[in-house]
Design a protein around this ligand. Sequence first.
Ligand code: SF4
Ligand code: SF4
Length: 475
Amino acid sequence: MRIKAQMAMVMNLDKCIGCHTCSIPCKNVWTNREGAEYIWYNNVETKPGIGYPKRWESQEDHRGGWVVKGGGLSLRAGGRLEKLLKVFHNPDLPQIDQYYEPWTYDYAKLIESPIRKHQPATRPRSLITGKEIPLQWGPNWEDDLAGVCFTGKQDVNFSGLEAESYLKFQSAFMFYLPRICEHCLNPSCVASCPSGALYKRDEDGIVLVDQKRCRGWRYCVSGCPYKKVYFNWKAGRSEKCLFCYPRVENGMPTLCAESCVGRIRYVGVLLYDADRIKEVASTQEERGVYSAHASIFLNPHDPEILREAIAGGIPGSYLDAARLSPVYKLAVEWKLAFPPHPEFRTLPMVWYIPPLSPILPGPGDEERGEPDPGRMRIPLKYLANLFSSGDEKPVKAALEKLMALRNYWRSVLVDKTPDTRVLEKAALTPEIAREMVYLLGVGKYSERYRIPTVKAEEAGNPGALQGRKGFNFEE
Ligand code: SF4
Ligand code: SF4
């Protein structure tokens, strides 16, 4: 067993209000530069929809991630030979139109226009070419289901469902899906890079691009199934979400988590057995990848695991953080959160608690007794396609727990007679239910973010480097 620590995040989709506040500080701090205008390390999509870039979830189109071939694990896009053959034209690379051509307006025209009968108007201008462009797509084009009656049919999560009927006004549903890089345990971006420029940090598992080694081949862009590596057209290099590592090293959460209005994000450490990565990612059945992935995490309360972790060089601050990790509780202990598209086999580490939705009325409601997640407005199959490769069982179990919590808490607060029967059906105890309600509902900053700091002597003097480091500064 080779124990490693991984920084991970859980997002509770039940609480995301789609305000995009998370995207703004991320944009302002990390991608507010020439060449990075179209890049959103954090973006918030409305589901159903095809997202940013278009149809990123369809690996038929984008050929990212891994596949099991001949009993072993291979990159879907092929190995070194295939890469060499495509070196001058990589057909798997998304085009700028699939993200969007970034634009601005000639604002001076509005201010300096002479007095005239009609108000002056400005047309959008490309930030790449400077020419006027028609607006046809954006990172947020389908916000709140805008235009989804046209694009929604192409959403791969409708697989096995009648998409048309769910896109009609009467049965429409929606929820938000905020997305960052998944800082995967088995990152296909790292495996795709011919220059060895991408790497996974040993101490916390954050995946980064070494800007000095990157040669702009862009195989990481096509290799990532979540499309979370971007090509900077000005720098000629790839770049990606860095899990705000300069903040994390100082014990602070990522900017998207810090600024989240809905308080949907939880950041913490997980311990896992790195020797099992290959075996887990090669799980034969796509539907089995989620449970295999969940089994790779180790119990941070087990003294034997702690002894091995210390022997393996994991610092005490990481072990303390792992013991108090909200991510461990939500994803591993309570099994409320799921990785997006486990079938991509990269073992993603930003997990989601599926959203609840109203129970649709139907005949025989009275006899049915407890509400069934299978009759929620958001189809269970859709959530299962997104979070557990189509296997409804684990997602249903999580939704049942969340529904039981609501019912129990209503009985506590409104009826003033705690109804523990609802908890028993979901295999919960009143103690665990209270803990869950607290963490999911009113968890404090220090409970939602348990982040170990690095020692001052390891960090050097970050104050002296302020304003002199970053993407735009040469060493
Ligand atoms: Fe790499 Fe992030 Fe994509 Fe995973 S989600 S493959 S770590 S860029
Ligand atoms: Fe959702 Fe939080 Fe982002 Fe708002 S800030 S869109 S609530 S993740």
